[in-house]
Ligand binder design. Sequence first.
Ligand SMILES: C[S@@+](CC[C@H](N)C(=O)[O-])C[C@H]1O[C@@H](n2cnc3c(N)ncnc32)[C@H](O)[C@@H]1O
Length: 279
Amino acid sequence: MAKSPSNEKSRNQSSTGETGNSNNSTKKQSPQEDNMDLEEETIFPLTDECHHYQQRKEVPWDIQKYWDQRYSIWTAYDDGIHMTDDAWFGVTPEPVANKVASDLTTRTPPSKTTIIDIFAGAGGNAIAFALSGRWTTVIAIEKNPSVIACAQHNAYIYGVSSQITWINADCFDYLSSQDSSIDLSKTVIFASPPWGGPGYRSDKVFNLKTMLPYSVQAIHDACKMMDSALYLPRTSDLRQIAKLAPPGEKVEVVQYCMEGASKALVAYIPAASSQEIDK
Ligand SMILES: C[S@@+](CC[C@H](N)C(=O)[O-])C[C@H]1O[C@@H](n2cnc3c(N)ncnc32)[C@H](O)[C@@H]1O
């Protein structure tokens, strides 16, 4: 396992080549290769908001539950995983991220070569997509500079940082401004948005129209020209999800469980045809 790169400097200066790759199927980079990659890669520096807690007493009370589950969330936690305090609430646990990545591998035709994780957070899903080896291009978009720094650092620990294109931006701006350069026929969108809003934990059925800050419709509108996979609360209103299907097509919904309990569902939505988009 890896040395813990506890800050950006140690990440750049690593001379051991021990990248903390916890997956034997991923090729470890030599230090030279790694440095060459880093020269081309935009590095987002860790900030004071990025933490690698080592003892429970350091952890704010409201995230101690997640810290207790740290090895279920990140098997390489001890190698120096960094998180902002808020990122713990939304990170996809590693076994779930790996299963979603594997399902996307089998569900998408080989003609799809790019995946864009539009709410990349601390990197749980983007790292799994890169580790799967399925994609020629993995793009991770995250608007919070501290969170993208954690994601990039965590990807480094898993040995895949240089296989991901990191974009610190608002994904809606990115998708609209990059419209012309994204090859819609080759691209799949993965979206794990924040689940804020009334009722996420208490309502029997989660209303995706009142999800904050973005309703499911707003997210779908930004991605519907491409196949998409939306990572949503397990109790999400299935009738609202069904309405996102293009005419004559179906949305598949898969529940992802850990230790017998669903953590989330993913709605796999085919791209709308160009006639539909013009309507
Ligand atoms: C639920 S978290 C994603 C967690 C991620 N899948 C992981 O495993 O770490 C949602 C993330 O979306 C980011 N976000 C919210 N609005 C955004 C936007 N408009 N563009 C890009 N990122 C955004 C938040 O800062 C947050 O980190």
